[in-house]
Design a protein around this ligand. Structure first.
Ligand SMILES: Cc1cc2nc3c(=O)[nH]c(=O)nc-3n(C[C@H](O)[C@H](O)[C@H](O)COP(=O)(O)OP(=O)(O)OC[C@H]3O[C@@H](n4cnc5c(N)ncnc54)[C@H](O)[C@@H]3O)c2cc1C
Length: 596
């Protein structure tokens, strides 16, 4: 049986010692009074809910899966999920980071983010039910009309209703311009929607009283392609005069998918048969509105993977302490036992440290992105808000793709630590690996994230956003470059920064001749940028650890050891990645299509 302990000490380190969120919040009027004790208390309570209520449901939920009843077209989530959701709602968790104007508690996104890491470690499949509601909330808050906001937001905020995002259709996944679902205007201002959506997470379930679907569809006279897509709110039950769930709407679940992982989350085929919906935002600008939800969800997927990385690491470390096989190469370490614990073997340590470094680097990075979102939303200075928004735009595809790729590596290494036992369901490791795989696919595949980073976020603005982040790296290197204790962190960071600048220019030049060069370089390029960003956070964390190591607190010794492992064993991957990114499109495009 796996176990999970919320990593509260490391969260507190990241929030208070690394990011100094108290100083940051003091500049953001809604959060100005928030002190460290309150933050720690919320995390503590959140950790108890995650570990105590959700974690015990994770393995049984995976085994049981969701139940679809074709007669009623309803879905029942695994045993215990509904009760856990009721507890979640009763405790007020859904409203944590929501606007008080709609019943929210108005706490920072940074705090909610840390909370969601723990939920995902405990039970990713369950967490997807409320997780999508938050994206729906963000989208309606940004683009809904005041009556739509008054109707839907309080219900989503308190968790009585949940949300979904309905984009994908059988013939249309990445290329949303192909979507066919029709929305026909009605005299009363509503629309009738008809079409089929597939792979809709939490499209139907028994956790909430109503489900608010945000659906992309095409109006009859809309232009072809992505410029003709509009966004509609389509509730499962139409709100009655009092704003409560009323008559059943014509949007039904036709089936649920049998899939590799996240068995406890219902992945639904949704049929719209003249369902009633209302336009959200401007007609034909639906993708623009949906991007609010998609961006929130992309960071959310990064957090799913961070959660899995952490829990997989914890269990592998525990196993490595207890499992005895062979003797240490440098002489017996546990003479009282017939063999040494496998933790003595260098390669077992490599696997563990890989997972741990990706967890600690990911936590620092994602917390920073969440803090930028708080700054973007609440800083009084518009120039600061804009700078934060630009950085979030740059870092979002990295949060999604780098963290999800890392989780796949980390969960696989953690499973490997168990040897054959890792492959056996009882230990829980194979579930983490299966669950982690989807995160690289949905919310835009990692290839699409890489293209977004390289083409849109870097090349399209001549590297301005990248330079903006580079300014932080340079400032850190200038401030601490003369400290010999930090040379081992700052030298590789600065070196990689130079190489990244060079690589970006090279790809930019080649792309002027051949756009396939962008597609050929994008995936290794994103990983190089991801490592550069992580190296920056590890250097900052190492600086703190070096300064506080003398306190005798083992936490700092461990932090420094992980940072050293990161720069010496994981960062060098960038040399290969840069060569791959430089190799260009030639070898990829040379073979005739017929030869595949
Ligand atoms: C469990 C699960 C849950 C999901 N939840 C939701 C949900 O809640 N709502 C929702 O709307 N959708 C959801 N999806 C759908 C998911 O977002 C899509 O599967 C994903 O976006 C990819 O689309 P696709 O499967 O059609 O693959 P395709 O778009 O057909 O892509 C196939 C391959 O081609 C690559 N590719 C495609 N276009 C390009 C390009 N231009 N350049 C380079 N490579 C390209 C892709 O990267 C991929 O490797 C879910 C899917 C699953 C499996």
């Amino acid at each position: 049986m796996p176990s999970y302990t919320p990593p509260l000490r490391d969260m507190q380190f990241v929030l208070h010692e690394l990011l100094d969120v108290g100083r940051e919040f003091a500049e953001l009027p809604p959060h100005a009074g928030l002190d460290a004790d309150t933050i720690n208390q919320v995390l503590d309570e959140g950790g108890k809910f995650a570990a105590g209520v959700l974690f015990p449901l994770n393995q049984p939920g995976d085994r049981e899966g969701c139940h679809f009843d074709p007669a009623t077209q309803t879905v029942r989530a695994p045993a215990g999920f509904r009760e856990a959701y009721r507890q979640f709602v009763d405790a007020g968790w859904p409203s944590l980071a929501c606007d008080p104007a709609f019943g929210g508690q108005g706490l920072p996104v940074t705090l909610n983010n840390a909370f969601y890491e723990m939920l995902n470690s405990a039970n990713q499949a369950w967490t997807m039910y409320p997780g999508l509601s938050h994206g729906a909330y963000e989208c309606l808050r940004a683009h809904g009309t005041p009556p739509q906001q008054a109707l839907y937001l309080p219900k989503l905020v308190c968790g009585e209703w949940t949300g979904t995002m309905c984009l994908t259709e059988p013939h249309c996944g990445t290329d949303l311009g192909l979507l066919k679902t029709r929305a026909v205007p009605q005299p009363d201002g509503s629309y009738r929607l008809s079409g089929s959506k597939i792979f809709i997470s939490a499209g139907e379930h028994d956790l909430s009283a109503n489900i608010v679907h945000l659906v992309l569809a095409r109006r009859p006279d809309a232009p072809a392609g992505t410029r003709g897509i509009s966004l509609f709110v389509v509730p499962k039950f139409l709100p009655d005069a009092k704003g409560e769930a009323g008559a059943r709407n014509a949007i039904h679940c036709g089936a649920i998918e049998h899939k590799m992982g996240i068995h406890g989350n219902a992945t639904c085929q949704m049929n719209l048969d003249g369902a009633t919906g209302w336009l959200v935002g401007e007609a034909d600008r639906g993708l623009n509105a949906m991007f609010v939800m998609m961006n929130a969800a992309r960071l959310g997927v990064g957090m799913q993977s961070l959660g899995l990385t952490e829990v997989a690491y914890q269990n592998a470390a525990q196993y490595a302490r207890e499992r005895s096989q062979g003797r240490s190469l440098t002489g017996t370490k546990a003479p009282e036992q017939p063999a040494d614990p496998i933790l003595v073997h260098p390669d077992v340590r490599r696997m563990l440290l890989t997972a741990r470094a990706y967890a600690e680097g990911g936590r620092a990075f994602c917390s920073y992105v969440a803090l930028l979102i708080d700054r973007e939303q609440h800083h009084p200075d518009p120039a600061v808000r804009q700078a934060a928004a630009d950085e979030v735009a740059l870092l979002t595809p990295i949060a999604k793709a780098f963290l999800t790729d890392n989780a796949w590596i980390a969960c696989s290494e953690a499973l490997q630590v168990f040897g054959g036992h890792g492959y056996i369901a009882e230990w829980g490791m194979e579930q983490y690996l299966r669950d982690a795989r989807i995160n690289m696919i949905y919310e835009g595949t990692n290839t699409i994230q890489s293209l977004d980073l390289l083409a849109r976020k870097v090349l399209a603005d001549n590297g301005a956003k990248l330079r903006q982040f580079g300014a932080h790296v340079r400032a850190f290197a200038e401030a601490h470059g003369s400290d010999p204790r930090l040379a081992e962190f700052i030298a590789p960071l600065a070196d990689l920064g130079d190489k990244l600048t060079q690589l970006t220019m090279e790809i930019g030049m080649k792309a002027l001749q051949d756009r396939d060069e962008v597609g050929a370089a994008a995936v290794p390029y994103l990983r190089v940028v991801g490592h550069w960003v992580f190296a920056y956070f590890f250097a900052r964390m190492a600086r703190i650890a070096i300064e506080r190591e003398a306190s005798g607190d083992d936490f700092y010794r461990a932090k420094l050891a992980v940072a050293r492992f990161y720069v010496t064993r994981l960062l060098p991957e960038t040399a290969t990645l840069i060569r791959q990114a430089r190799a260009g499109a030639g070898a990829l495009m040379a073979m005739d299509e017929a030869l595949f």
